[in-house]
Design a protein around this ligand. Sequence first.
Ligand code: BGC
Length: 908
Amino acid sequence: MQTYPRWQLSRLIVALCLLTLLVPITRGLAATLQCENLRCEYLKDPLGLDETRPRLSWIVTSIERDENQTAYQILVATTEAKLRAGQGDLWDTGKLASDETTQIVYGGQPLTSRERCFWKVRSWDRDGKEGKWSAPAQWQMGLLGPGEWSARWISATNPANPGESAGVPYLHKAFALPSTIQRAVLYVSALGLYEVHLNGQRVGDHVLAPDWTDYRKRVRYQAYDVTALLKRGDNAIGALLANGWYSGHIGNGGYQIFGKVPAFLAQLEVTYKDGRTERVVTDGSWKFQASPIISSDFMAGEDYDARMEVKHWDEPGLDDRKWSAVTTREESVPLEAQVMEPVREIVELSPKAVTQPTPGNWVYDLGQNMVGVVRLKVSAPAGTKVTLRHAEMLNPDGTLYTKNLRKAPSVDHYVTRGGGVEIWQPQFTFHGFRYVEISGLPKPPGKDAVTGVVISSDTTRTGEFTCSDPRINQLQSNIQWGQRGNYISVPTDCPQRDERLGWMGDAQVFIRTATYNADVAAFFTKWLVDVDDGQSAAGAFSDVNPNTMGRGGVPAWGDAGVICPWTIYQAYGDKRILERHLPAMIKWVEYLREHSDGLIRDRDRGNDYGDWLAIGSDTSKELIGTAYFAYSTHLVTQACQALGRTEDAAKYGLLFQDIRAAFVKKYVASDGRIQGNTQCDYAMALKFDLLPDELKPKAAQYLEDDIVAKGEHLSTGFVGVSYLLPVLTQNGKADTAYRLLLQDTFPSWLFSVKQGATTIWERWDGWTPDKGFQDPQMNSFNHYSLGSCGEYLFGGIGGIRAGSPGFKDIIIDTVIRDGLTWANAQFDSIHGEIATSWKRDGRKLTLKVVVPANTTASVVIPAANPAAIAESGKPTDRARGVLFLRQEADGCVFRVGSGTYSFSAAMD
Ligand code: BGC
């Protein structure tokens, strides 16, 4: 049954309410533009910013069609009261003629450390009518330089050996605040992972803070408003400190890559009502003691002995006389503010089934391959050791299949304190799993013994896609779960085995899909700094970032350093990301030029991965290298153009032409055949614009021929797969794109869906009925790369594409073919909600479109005769906000302004 799209329902309700309100009011009286969703550096009310010229954005909403902002006014004030009174003492733009609502660079008084900035905005509509002020928003500056920190790094070290960590300690410090508190902010960081508490309560909801960076180059800090957690009189601060990425096991054998002993840093800044200030900082006066966390490691898991819990460890009044003194140490690593959404617990899952495949071992099925931890609820005599093992799949006998975890045991242990129900979850590890096995209990655990606690970098969900084929809906769900589980502080390859690294190739093939599913602008703003940090002096981008493997220069992997900033610019109109990364992007292209012969990448391709995990085809690695050299050069050219750097644009434009010529000369025959004749060849050559115009239809034909020859199957790996469907469609082969997408025999996207997958598999043949599991050395069941077809669900079938960076101009060009009868796509762009909903009944087509205020869209209706197309039941020339533009091969193109439209037509 067709589900009613969320946006249609909510729109209907809003429209009905507004209609009731507006009946007695003429349009002339209604203020039509409302500013909402105010954000600063992509974040809602961020606390602790280093950006001294932060960018502001909002969306405008209206009940009118074809509505635009013609001017805006921003006020930024030092206090809420001033803002309320309309005094923008930090910045008052006045009424500024502009249709921009995004990436507005703050241009007021210079901002200093700790500055609080309260802001609001209003807009003028197309008739020059003034809208109401938005609800207030705010941001607060962080600590803008090393001089602002008086805290010292502290560690818990073995008294006998100060170079050795004393495990996962409790840290503690009691302090008095003699006066009434006005406001308090806590600035915290760690080389390792921390959880910080004040007066018995956990501060904030971040998980795995302070996030992963190359700790040799920079470490992030967080700021928390802790006013409500403090009181006049006696207070205490406590923390737990663990190894995490800094000094624990990370992927591919990495151990203690950044350091041996974790360190903690905290600076509590209190402002009293009388204006005086006070600081409580980490220093040599802090004490530590072993915590119940016996050990914690990403790969190994976490061991916890509840009998070792110390009551009131994070409260004043603790008797810490027997606790040890911390050691302090100097660190020169720069502290930088958090710039993205933190990792958080985002959802909880209850078990779908419990079995007991072997005596005393209970296996819980959470029904979804997920990333996070188990919250355990048990009741057992004191000292009972409960073991939790995790797995993505089961063996045929119902026991856990853990071989593919390689050297990541992923086992948690909990030793009970006894005396009733106990609830526990690990704090400083995470696992990728669907199944969890509990053992060690004297009695069978209840079904509620296990809750799956899902963690992810908490990027806001922005996209929904559903259609008439439930298998595709499951595929979309698998893609989203893959993104959720692998965006853990950095974009990783997989979350379960001993890898979990920021693999560049995976990140770049998936990023276009990612930008539809969630707002990943801030996430990539942070990670792209890690990417530049990992670039070699010669210009080679490394394979993984943070760069823990120390190797790079690989085609399609290194190119992520160019493709990702470019994609973020396209998706969010973010020119700053281009500006900041252009030097590194250029350096990469120059590296490629340097490491080529006659512009052919015939050498120095690092640990070349080719079209990784392709099936039934072998694309030349040299050819892939040359194609990507051209592509990165082309993107650098366009980036230079976007930034107004015309000389560089001309220079790299010429280089692109030359690489293209070298590519054609070396790999393309006069009849358009590309060396190797693989699907990946043609997909890249068409996507990267490497062919002369006359050869493009031929290349598309060869691509289609190969798919047909393989029985409507793909044969691409990570690289080629991301371009197949868009390229086929843009080159007149949409029918084939549909057949490929809807294929469910091996290899195909729906093959794994048919096997019951709930996430995207690393390999097309991760498990097959005839062969069982693939090689466990390389067989993740939660790898998003092959899910890069998600882009096509939104941009192809749903037809939502950016006509200009940031979706200020929108293209609505749905691809409707046999196999689907309806599809709904909804995408919250940086300019507001865009949605399409089409339904096909024989030749009759209805297409509903939502276009946000202050944007325009070109809508392609797949029908030849404009006169046979209606909008809301009327001929289109009588429909408000609709303008017929032209007839194209695919149908009629209309320009529409903002609003909700309902087109109907007879399809050709
Ligand atoms: C990872 C991939 C990665 C690849 C390089 C693997 O071990 O899991 O996703 O891109 O190595 O080929």
